[in-house]
Design a protein around this ligand. Sequence first.
Ligand SMILES: NC(=O)c1ccc[n+]([C@@H]2O[C@H](COP(=O)([O-])OP(=O)(O)OC[C@H]3O[C@@H](n4cnc5c(N)ncnc54)[C@H](OP(=O)(O)O)[C@@H]3O)[C@@H](O)[C@H]2O)c1
Length: 276
Amino acid sequence: MVVTGASSGIGLAAAIALAGAGDDVVLLGRDPARLADAVSRVREAGGRTPASFRADFAVLDEVRAVGAALTADYERIDVLANNAGLLTSVRRPTADGHDPTMQINHLGGFLLAHLLLDRLRAAAGPDSPARIVTTSSLAEAWGTLDVDRPGRRQISRWLAYGASKQANILMTIEAARRWSGLGIVPTCFFPGLVRSGFGRRSPAFSAARLAPGLFRSSEQGADTLIWLATDPAALIPGGYFAQRAPFSATPRSTNAKRAERLWKASLTAIQTTKPI
Ligand SMILES: NC(=O)c1ccc[n+]([C@@H]2O[C@H](COP(=O)([O-])OP(=O)(O)OC[C@H]3O[C@@H](n4cnc5c(N)ncnc54)[C@H](OP(=O)(O)O)[C@@H]3O)[C@@H](O)[C@H]2O)c1
């Protein structure tokens, strides 16, 4: 099971719980020190040292490199937990020419899923499909996503974040349409408001964290991810969940035509610098 964003928060909590339950977890993170610390914590939980890989999703070549390393090391990958993400005020386009939030929260995971597609297919059996679980958010409701130009410059961090989380749901819907027949079940979920590393530099989000009862722990946030990654009852292609139950998103995030257009434009976006 490959978990992106495994060096902190929801991804780390999921990796610890899954390793503790005996799963073979592979950690992806960006910050080397946090990743090393995550490896120690997962080792303590699972009793063996998990493999770990570093990649900054703001650089698509680093995603390509980690995809190549994973495909070299693993013949089968049964789950891709597509969880890495952030809220950032950086608006300068990435070296790949995209809005940084959209690249890190959507295009990076979209590219990685394509790079690992053969390994996911190899893991899929008739009674046990492979899974892609993506961490979205109710922030999808205010996203300003141009599905034909997902990487276009955004004007604020929250609009950019909402757009990227809309893209997570639309990608899940279109992946289900394209890849269910290959034995792969894509789902996505909202973890709740979680007291993690997320949003620490946002004064509004940091203030909200102080409100009693509003935020959940990373372990609670990871619960639906773990359920979607492991439970036979959670195999609902294209589904969007919160707290292990179906959750509703705005029509902009669930429209099949928008999903198809976003997919095509995202393919173009990840191929602009170098083809995969
Ligand atoms: N916390 C919430 O309230 C909340 C609510 C809804 C959805 N979410 C979503 O939940 C997911 C996990 O966030 P979290 O709450 O667990 O926050 P977190 O504690 O900040 O963890 C984020 C993870 O994503 C990784 N990441 C960030 N930027 C990256 C990049 N450029 N390249 C590769 N990896 C990168 C981080 O790596 P580093 O350790 O190297 O920074 C970290 O492992 C995100 O997709 C977020 O949008 C969170």
